[in-house]
Design a protein. Structure first.
Length: 342
């Protein structure tokens, strides 16, 4: 778990997020921020939406109820995402600091967020955090870039011989929310090609593809969240990921989780994850369907290559989430507001 050895003493931190989807990147970022920050400061998670039951079982979540005067007060107010509505309770919150975490590609979300803050004269005080360098460059608004934290203890390489007791076909897989824009239009044809060549495919969050792939016995389409992520990742040999051309993945949390499990990742070049994937060393990036097929075929015929790339992927993630970097991230959120000049 994050933050071993950290001592509480920073400002109270209020994390605000809808917490409506246990498979959502923002929700899982909120969960991990809570675990990271609560070792250093009093930390609360707040939502003014209908909270997902699974998320509620993982951590305490407070419901915002303006009419009952239940909402964050004082401390450091952190909006984990700029895409959701914020009620009028904000005018009474009196935060010491305001932090906005921008992690979607839609600039309209950021505009809407800043408009809400402007109503309460908070816009000039807001400190921005970006999910990737790409998002930071795209907005041009000053801020810092933080990778979405994951729990390295939960995502680890399986022990030798612990996963596949019997030989299995070379299995590619991916997981995501079960929505169309998380899948590329050509993915179904690529999965069918791999299955027809003797391989296997597992897609958790792939029910949206049923109309294209239901008849392939070597292809499993599973509901999103139907298995613990690490268990799913330990059941595949290669993680494949790309999204619809109209949706740019700002960071790619699931890609990092796969790398942490020591899997070779094969990803479309259009995504924030390209900032930490070095093609051929700790993962693979491709632009065309033919490039993707060539990489998958090569990994299927050369298991040693997959092992070496997967090991490098794990080392990369360990560097990304080193104790020092996590401590620096925590310090950013819990530090008090600067004292006002006399």
């Amino acid at each position: 778990m994050f933050g071993q050895g950290l001592r509480k003493g920073g400002a109270t931190v209020h994390l605000v997020n809808p917490m409506i989807n246990a498979c959502g990147g923002s929700e899982n970022r909120t969960v991990q921020l809570y675990h990271l920050l609560s070792r250093q400061a009093e930390t609360h998670v707040w939502s003014e939406h209908r909270v997902d039951a699974h998320l509620e079982s993982r951590l305490p979540i407070r419901r915002i109820r303006s009419f009952l005067r239940r909402y964050p007060r004082g401390g450091n107010l952190v909006f984990v995402g700029c895409y959701f509505r914020i009620g009028d309770w904000l005018r009474h919150a009196a935060p010491e600091r305001i932090i906005g975490l921008y992690n979607t590609q839609d600039a309209a979300n950021l505009d809407q967020f800043m408009t809400i803050l402007r109503r309460h004269d908070f816009d000039s005080r807001c400190e921005m955090v970006y999910a990737s360098q790409w998002l930071y460059r795209r907005t041009g608004v000053p801020g810092v870039v933080h990778f979405s934290p994951i729990d390295l203890a939960a995502f680890s390489r399986p022990a030798d011989g612990a996963v596949a007791a019997a030989p299995r076909p070379f299995t590619i897989g991916r997981m995501s929310r079960d929505v169309a824009d998380k899948h590329h239009p050509d993915d179904a044809a690529l999965y069918a090609w791999h299955a027809q060549a003797g391989g296997a495919v597992k897609v958790m969050g792939g029910l949206v593809l049923r109309q294209h792939l239901d008849r392939h016995e070597n292809i499993q389409l599973l509901p999103a969240g139907s298995a613990p992520p690490m268990d799913f990742l330990h059941g595949i040999d290669c993680f494949f990921y790309r999204t619809d051309p109209g949706f740019f993945e700002p960071f790619g949390r699931v890609v990092v989780e796969a790398m942490a499990c020591g899997l070779p990742v094969v990803c479309g070049v259009h995504g924030g994850y390209r900032e930490f994937i070095e093609h051929g060393r700790n993962g693979f990036l491709f632009e065309s369907n033919e490039e993707a097929r060539q990489i998958i075929a090569r990994l299927g015929s050369d298991r040693a290559l997959g092992e070496a790339v997967g090991a490098a992927a794990r080392r990369t993630v360990e560097e990304m989430y080193s104790e020092r970097r996590m401590s620096e991230m925590a310090s950013f959120y819990v530090k008090p507001a600067p004292a006002e000049a006399p």
